[in-house]
Design a protein. Structure first.
Length: 326
């Protein structure tokens, strides 16, 4: 499909500190240097890793605004952007964006080797009433002859978003998250992991490994994440927080999946880790999902764009205790 038949990519899991951009950027810089030594070309960090994540719902609107940065003049992104240029690397990082009109977004920015930046605004933002949801998909070219798309956390759970991103030409999907150990209302989904287990992880290694690999971590991801890659014929770079995040424990599980939904590399370590792999780009063209897309019948799919009457805003859909009508 192009002159590049393989591409080194990596995804990071790390424990950020709430409101401590300097600390978070220091951790990120160390991982960027590690990635450069490993000749990584695409590096994915977690959702809102620069600003911190689960403390945000407890902030006032003014405090969220104070934490936010404009993309063009962001001092945090200035560092990431300079390192992307230095190492000829695509580096993806999450933060809270303050748009020109004053609106706030959960944003993820791909800093490119030429100094340009591509910004995705989370389509289904639920972190704070002051944070707006984005309204467009994000797919762009890279110097390596492949297109990259971005979907943030819950964006990936709605199958239409991944399919739309694939139809726009994405070969590689950056999927930054802050997940695992959440208090799901479903009896068969994630449940909280005790903070004490994370705090005592050095002496309870078997227990925390079991928790990270279990129903609140990897087992939950395996119910749907490989399908997103397989059904759409894309490589998927899953990045996540790890450890205590306010009153929840993120499970890490950083992984790289190929267009067949197979895991190329992963971790379930209870620590900050970079996971890397060579992406075999020759797998894309004949991957099952990519071939099946050619059998689509768009004339049948009008229902996908028609409101059904039970749609909710992201916050209501995520947190409402009302039993859905269907």
């Amino acid at each position: 499909m192009n002159e590049h038949q393989s591409l080194k990519a990596a995804t990071v899991q790390f424990q950020h500190q709430a409101n401590n951009k300097n600390y978070n950027l220091l951790i990120m810089e160390k991982f960027i240097e590690q990635a450069a030594l490993e000749q990584v070309k695409i590096l994915t960090f977690p959702e809102m890793c620069i600003t911190g994540y689960w403390h945000v719902p407890k902030l006032t609107a003014a405090e969220v605004s104070a934490l936010a940065e404009p993309i063009a003049g962001s001092p945090s992104l200035a560092l990431i952007r300079s390192l992307a240029i230095k190492h000829h690397m695509l580096i993806g990082a999450g933060l809270i964006e303050k748009a020109d009109d004053g609106r706030l977004y959960n944003a993820y920015v791909a800093c490119m080797p030429d100094g340009s930046m591509h910004t995705h605004r989370k389509l289904h933002a639920f972190e704070h009433p002051a944070i707006s949801s984005g309204d467009s998909f994000t797919v762009f070219d890279t110097p390596w002859g492949v297109k990259v798309g971005i979907l943030i956390c819950w964006d990936n759970n709605l199958v239409e978003n991944v399919r739309a991103t694939a139809l726009l030409g994405a070969d590689i999907l950056l999927a930054p998250h802050q997940t695992g150990g959440t208090d799901s209302r479903s009896p068969h989904a994630m449940k909280p992991i005790p903070l004490s287990l994370w705090e005592e992880r050095e002496t309870r290694k078997e227990e925390i490994t079991a928790a990270f690999k279990g129903p609140s971590g990897r087992e939950w991801l395996m119910r749907w994440l490989p399908a997103r890659a397989h059904d759409n014929g894309v490589f998927l770079l899953f990045s996540n927080g790890v450890g205590a995040d306010d009153d929840e424990v993120r499970t890490g599980n950083a992984m790289i999946l190929d267009p067949y939904g197979s895991i190329v590399n992963e971790t379930w370590a209870a620590e900050n880790v970079l996971v890397s792999a060579e992406l075999d780009l020759s797998l894309l063209a004949m991957s099952t999902g990519r071939r099946w897309i050619h059998g689509r019948r768009p004339d049948l799919y009008q229902i996908l764009t028609q409101p059904q009457g039970y749609e909710r805003d992201a916050i209501s859909a995520r947190f409402s205790k009302v039993t859905p009508s269907r």
